[in-house]
Ligand binder design. Structure first.
Ligand SMILES: [Zn+2]
Length: 177
């Protein structure tokens, strides 16, 4: 079982969403969560590969070229309104496996972190298709862990990265079982 972990964006090149009060950057948060997640998955004997690149096309090439079984993209959400908050997990349109994986991860995060459950969502090509989901061949999900632009979600993203990583790892193992 080879699991590709794709922390979104790229520190130093593309910060992703940023909290205007604290300066906390999405690219850094998801890299830390991704590294922690890889550790937990390796503890239960899954192989992992972390791919964080500025070029979405290259990310897909790496995932498709390395024989990955699962693809996990990690992001923090951002919105104009600082009120928007919560967790959502995306899967590729009509992929039953993706839907199941998304459900398992979503459940673990909302139960562990207590974030608002925004649900699992289907990414439909040419409508709301997320590039890395529509251009990778294996079962994949994109996890919007929480809103970095919301101050209470931001505190979780700053202080409880390990809990996010553990929750996502449990979601993945729930799915594989
Ligand atoms: Zn992002």
């Amino acid at each position: 079982m080879l699991i590709v972990i794709n922390p979104g964006h790229c520190p130093g090149e593309d910060s992703g969403a940023v909290n205007q009060n604290t300066g906390l950057q999405e690219a850094d948060v998801v890299l830390n969560i991704g590294n922690l997640l890889a550790g937990y998955l390796e503890n239960v004997d899954y192989e992992t590969k972390i791919v964080q690149l500025n070029d979405l096309n290259e990310i897909c090439d790496v995932a498709n070229g390395c024989g990955a079984d699962l693809f996990i993209s990690l992001h923090c959400n951002g919105a104009e309104s600082t009120q928007a908050n919560g967790t959502e997990t995306w899967y590729y349109d009509q992929s039953e496996e993706g839907e199941s994986l998304a459900y398992c991860i979503q459940e673990q995060i909302i139960n562990s972190l207590g974030t608002t459950d925004r649900g699992i969502k289907s990414a439909v090509p040419h409508k709301n298709g997320l590039y890395v989901l529509t251009n990778t061949n294996m079962t994949g999900v994109l996890v919007e862990t929480a809103f970095i632009t919301n101050d209470s979600d931001e505190q979780l993203l700053a202080d409880r990265q390990d809990d996010f990583a553990r929750a996502i790892a449990r979601g993945i193992t729930d799915y594989i079982k």
